[in-house]
Design a binder for this molecule. Structure first.
Ligand code: PGA
Length: 246
């Protein structure tokens, strides 16, 4: 895997005006970087982001999607229609969805299955809390999250991406050291290889949690870190551009 995947997770940030200025200020040279460049804005801005980003070859995705396709599900967003709109991927099981909105591994699993059915590429997030790390439960937690949230899914290179995001590193400025990240990425890689001989080695595993233009290069030296899921540092055009060129 030569090229890295850089995903900007904009969370519940940015007005339409600020999205317009982001793309106006973004370095046009970015189009030549060989890394994959993806952004997940809020649902309401997906259509605008698709138009504004096309000249940069940036792929647009969503931050969540329903486990249902359509029908009586007030307030839910269908992966079928996200795909129809032009979305490439969807972030599922982010720690904020798990901790603030009570999403369980089982609920995430249904969303992953439905995203794959609709050919929307799921980025499935896993990660331990600080307490779990301090109690030496990191491996157990990650393997448990992987086993349950990926039950019955398709383990193919182009139908699944995993993101390892230690909860204690998200938005805290405390990134995992390359050594800490390496250990968990290896654990995830071995899990994927057990699921698929053919594709386990090729499914991208992203690191997320306080990634910045300053620390990304060091993280990218690790063999099993195939990209980054970036919150805060993806909001500024100059930082996003530096991240994408890493
Ligand atoms: P952060 O967020 O880069 O601001 O730590 C990462 C994420 O939540 O995906």
């Amino acid at each position: 895997m030569n090229k890295k995947v850089i995903v900007g997770n904009w969370k519940m940030n940015k007005s339409l005006e600020s999205i317009k200025s982001f793309f106006k200020e973004l370095d046009q040279d970015l189009v030549h970087s060989k890394n994959e460049k993806w952004i997940a804005p809020q649902f309401i801005h997906i259509k605008d982001a698709l138009e504004l980003s096309s000249s940069f070859k940036i792929k647009i995705g969503a931050q969540n999607a329903s486990s249902f396709d359509e029908g009586a599900h007030t307030g839910e967003i269908s992966p079928k229609f996200l795909k129809e709109l032009g979305c490439h991927f969807v972030i599922l099981g982010h720690s904020e969805r798990r901790s603030l909105y009570g999403e369980t591994n089982e609920a995430i699993n249904l969303k992953v299955l439905n995203a794959q059915k609709n050919k929307l590429l799921p980025i499935v997030c896993v990660g331990e809390t600080l307490k779990e790390r301090e109690e030496n439960k990191t491996e157990e937690i990650i393997l448990h999250q992987l086993a349950l949230s990926l039950s019955g899914v398709d383990f193919k290179e182009d139908s699944l991406v995993i993101a390892y995001e230690p909860v204690w590193a998200i938005g805290t400025g405390k990134t995992a050291t390359p050594k800490e990240a390496k250990a968990v990425h290896e654990l995830i890689r071995n899990f994927l290889k057990e699921q698929s001989d053919e594709h386990g080695d090729k499914i991208a595993i992203l690191y997320g949690g306080s990634v910045t233009p300053q620390n990304i290069k060091e993280l990218f030296l690790e063999k099993n870190i195939n990209g980054a899921l970036v919150g805060g540092a993806s909001l500024k055009p100059e930082d996003f551009s530096t991240l994408c060129k890493a």
